[in-house]
Design a protein around this ligand. Structure first.
Ligand code: PRT
Length: 127
């Protein structure tokens, strides 16, 4: 159980099992984790350290990670962009948790926008 290696049919060569693909549900799990870090020890939890530094510092970190992601995008480095995007999403989730914003509210906003072109939405605001 839990061993990623198994054997082929002949039972001779070890066969590497691909890890289960991860989807956006990882964000929901991460949010549960960062929420659970409230009140944790800042010496052992980076998330708790962020909370201890306050909302403005967490917001600043989100901005810094966004800039780092932008720089990698402009450089065209997709691997680095993926890593910086993960940093950005983590810090954004910490910011939401710090402010008590439920990710479901964000998912709901995205859901409401589904099927509405950004072009049309902008026109409706001007009208
Ligand atoms: N996803 C992340 C994650 N992504 C990035 N980071 C940390 O974010 C930090 C960003 O690096 P920086 O150089 O910007 O940070 P820094 O050196 O402290 O800079 P300053 O804050 O001083 O400006 C690094 O320490 C990364 O390890 C993360 N830390 C934690 N998580 C998740 O949060 C969970 C809980 O982590 P802890 O709270 O540390 O237990 C972990 O299990 C992970 O799932």
């Amino acid at each position: 159980m839990g061993d990623k290696k198994s054997t082929d049919k002949a039972g001779e060569k070890p066969v590497e099992k691909a890890p289960a693909p991860l989807g956006a549900e990882v964000l929901d799990r991460l949010f549960v984790t960062v929420q659970a870090r409230k009140g944790a020890d800042p010496e052992t939890s980076y998330t708790a350290k962020l909370y201890s530094r306050g909302t403005a510092k967490i917001a600043q970190k989100v901005g810094e990670e966004a800039v780092e992601a932008i720089l990698e995008a402009v450089r065209g480095d997709k691997a680095a962009l993926a890593a910086e995007s993960a940093d950005l999403l983590y810090h954004l989730l910490v910011l939401w948790a710090d402010l008590g914003l439920d990710p479901a509210e964000v998912w709901s906003k995205l859901g409401q926008r589904e099927g509405t072109s950004g072009i049309d939405e902008k026109k409706s605001r001007k009208a």
